[in-house]
Design a protein around this ligand. Structure first.
Ligand SMILES: [Zn+2]
Ligand SMILES: [Zn+2]
Length: 260
């Protein structure tokens, strides 16, 4: 018999993926907000539990002396702050508490809220989730999401500023050299970091190979370079940029005399 199994974190990542999908859908279909909110709250709750259980397996229970019922989101948040396992900012705490109220309304009653508020809140929550999972759980969630999902989210204006601000904050914290940050070819934000061979966009998570041109030593995205045969006998090849290729082609095609 096949068995349905999901680890604590996989369960969280799964809810997150679905919440982002619903938030993107909500741009066209307002009813998707219901699921976007329910799922993002669930994904955060499970991620906090994952961190608590890593710190100590008993911390996942509401009453550590009586394993049985798992800890709720509010208490998990308090426990994490008290044990100094993570810093949750005032803005994030407020966003989580607001989302919790919406969840209660959705699951037990009814909801009436402006899309503007829902969106602003979702942006904070999604940003919090991405940072928390990366910094506290050491997991690169962008690699687990369907390709282009985060870039699609980052192209929606209200999410864009939140995600770019968090990317900038992360670049500051990691003391990334500004000269080694490019515009991302996917989400267009100036947050594609090539410092330390990171080669990743901090806004949308795009990873791209970056190489040096074999002639001029400038750096380029891998797909911008051309294969070039340096020695036709040994078939040794290097990567060169368009500019250097133009020069090379020109020199090869030039078979006339050098006198002017
Ligand atoms: Zn990007
Ligand atoms: Zn070159």
């Amino acid at each position: 018999m096949s068995k349905f199994e999901l680890s604590l974190f996989d369960n969280s990542a799964d809810f997150f993926e679905e919440s982002v999908r619903q938030a993107i859908l909500a741009e066209k279909k307002i009813g998707s907000w219901k699921y976007a909110i329910l799922f993002i709250v669930q994904s955060i709750e499970l991620a906090l539990k994952e961190q608590l259980s890593r710190a100590h397996p008993l911390l996942i229970w509401e009453d550590v002396d009586k394993p049985g019922r798992t800890v709720g989101l509010e208490r998990a948040l308090r426990r994490i702050s008290n044990a100094e396992l993570a810093v949750v900012t005032e803005v994030e705490t407020r966003a989580i508490n607001q989302a919790l109220r919406w969840r209660n309304e959705i699951t037990h009653y009814k909801i009436s809220e402006s899309v503007r508020n829902l969106k602003m809140n979702f942006a904070t929550l999604a940003g919090f989730y991405l940072d928390f999972v990366r910094d506290k759980l050491g997991i690169d969630i962008s690699g687990r999401l369907p390709a282009e999902m985060l870039s699609e989210l980052s192209l929606i204006e209200d999410y864009r500023s939140e995600l770019i601000n968090r990317a900038r904050k992360r670049m500051d914290e990691e003391q990334i050299c500004p000269a080694l940050v490019w515009q991302c070819p996917e989400c267009q934000a100036n947050t594609f970091v090539i410092d330390n061979d990171i080669n990743c966009c901090y806004t949308c998570g795009l990873k791209e190979a970056v190489r040096q041109c074999g002639f001029c030593d400038e750096y380029f995205f891998g797909w911008e370079l051309n294969h070039y045969a340096v020695d036709l006998h040994t078939s040794d090849t290097i990567w060169i940029c368009d500019n250097c290729k133009k020069h090379q082609d020109h020199n090869e095609n030039f078979d006339g005399d050098w006198d002017d």
